[in-house]
Design a binder for this molecule. Sequence first.
Ligand code: OXD
Ligand code: MN
Length: 601
Amino acid sequence: MTNSAPAIFPPSGIGDARSANQAVLDWVHDIATLTEPENIFWCDGSDQENDFLVAESIKQNVLIKLNQKTIPRSYLHRSNPNDVARVEQFTFVCTPTKEEAGPTNNWSEPAEMYAKLRGLLKGAMRGRTMFVIPYMMGPPDSPLTKVGFEITDSKYVVLNMRIMTRMGEVAVKRLGSDLNAEWNRGVHSLLDVNPERRFICHFPQDNTIISVGSGYGGNVLLSKKCFALRIGTYLARTQGWMAEHMLILGVESPEGKKHYVAAAFPSACGKTNFAMLIPPAHFKGWKVTTVGDDIAWMQIRDGRLYAVNPENGYFGVVPGTSYKSNPNAMKSIAHDTIYTNVALTDDGDAWWEGKDGPRPAHAVDWRGNDWTPESKEKAAHPNSRFTTPMRNNPALDPDVEKGEGVPISAIIFGGRRSDTVPLVYQAFDWDHGVYLGATMASETTAAATGAIGQVRRDPMAMLPFCGYNIGDYFQHWLDIGKRLTNPPLIFNVNWFRKGVKGQFLWPGFGENMRVLKWIIDRCEGTGGALKSPIGWLPSPHDLDLAELDIDHKCVAEILGIDHEEWQRELAAHKEFFDSLGGVVPEKLLEQREQLAVRFKE
Ligand code: OXD
Ligand code: MN
């Protein structure tokens, strides 16, 4: 720091920049010179610092203290109503050429975007404190673990990053003093939270993210979608590993045999619920444990894929969370949790649509307005969120900190589809599995702004998160397959198929254990299956449906393949591949042709 830089604040011994890498200090100095903050606050992630920032946030109305008896150390934040979800239309991948960003990303020339962002950031932190957050993604002793620094002028971001990452000195130490060491530079400023000046920009070649004009999680907790996925995919490709939008769970049989599976579902399709699944009573002795609920970083060891969860907390969708849908999530969010955009009851509790128990007679809704059960508006925003430490999860897997990761036996793709796609089926091999991932689709939800309920292709649930050309990403998947001697089996699931009357055919939630069990049986080589044009399909008796109250007609319907629907699906696959403008690898085009041929056989 030079003399002209602002003083480090607070001077009380909280936070310390002295041990930081000079390259980081130079960058901090550059951003401080540009944004002109009143103070620089070097975050250390300590309890003392957290208490200080929580108290300040309450004073400034950034946080509302919830009832400390019923939900200890938990707080509510209300975001600006214009700022409640990720903004894909303002998210950019800035690579030297447009081709590198590919057909699925908004692209801008890096120099142009840097100039525009520097213009917006000029003086942006005047009168504000600039926080510097050192953080680490991944377990402390993992070769996959990476360091990032986020500069922000939002206390809410600091408090959330402390939950979502391993923050503070641990990251500074991991980085060390090598000026050429790899680390992610993240700059965030709220500016005036104006959608017209909202940009989430990634510079993969520089390992840099700049996000302005938003205070909403996915846009501003730069560790998550921006670093662990968009920049992560770029690093993964160049370094030969995988960064995926996948939960990771462990399944242990009563005999103590354990498998791990990774699953990619688009946003708000029940990833957190699946990651925390509690098996129904019939599956006595079976245990499901959570390694991660959103992101998997995977590497090859001894011809197998091993996964770590780079995160340290969960940023989950609140509405619909209940003791019925996800008891482990309910226990996780019963303390030490930051709620965003839920309703506030008169006794200081958090409330949302789908919570257990009766609706409150009166509450204050997510916008801060009075709400009663007669109100037309929802009390909690459909994309309201909880931020909670993974340590709160009663089903946390004991190997979550294991540096080498957990070995993955199966990869599951899935989406929200009312028709066409059966409950579960298995790919014939890795390349066919890549095709299942590449052609995945889902009906859109509230996790991103835009229309809800439309079928959108979302390859590997990565459409909004792949930080480079999607064609090269597909090729990377195919290349990884060539290096695996013991590859995970690949499956596709759909919990959301509906009957003719529009009713869900499958009960979902804990009952998804029945599907998981079949997947594990297939990994063990014991599960039965029928060969179908789309892959290996269980027959109704291959699934353990004992003690499940389900109509046999429903089971047949949910496992069925309607040839007409699949002709439309095949056409949609072609249309999607064509829309990508020639980047899809030949191998996947062949997969489509083979699928078409199998339907004619
Ligand atoms: C998320 C998302 O927040 O996928 O995890 O949108
Ligand atoms: Mn996600």
